[in-house]
Ligand binder design. Sequence first.
Ligand code: SF4
Length: 101
Amino acid sequence: MSRVTPQHPAALGTRLEDALNADVWDVDDSPHIKVDAEKCAGCKTRPCITICPANTFVLLEGKVLHSYEGCLECGTCRVVCPKAAITWSYPLSGRGVQYRF
Ligand code: SF4
């Protein structure tokens, strides 16, 4: 059995953005992240907007909008949400992000 040691892209001379741009997604029709709009509307700090490495949360006209398609499946948004407004699961059948770096 061979073992693979993960390395940060910077250690290999690659920018993180370039490494992420090499990823591909097999997007599931059914969202693996659901945001409870009522709970979300009561949030003042909105950490999801700054914490998501894929920038899938954006503020538009005072409301947080979310798209699950570019999700990197780190799970951080669910952990940091102060209103417990995020329901999160892995995409079905091995779909979602496929890391290429
Ligand atoms: Fe962003 Fe990670 Fe949440 Fe996906 S799981 S939406 S990448 S914070």
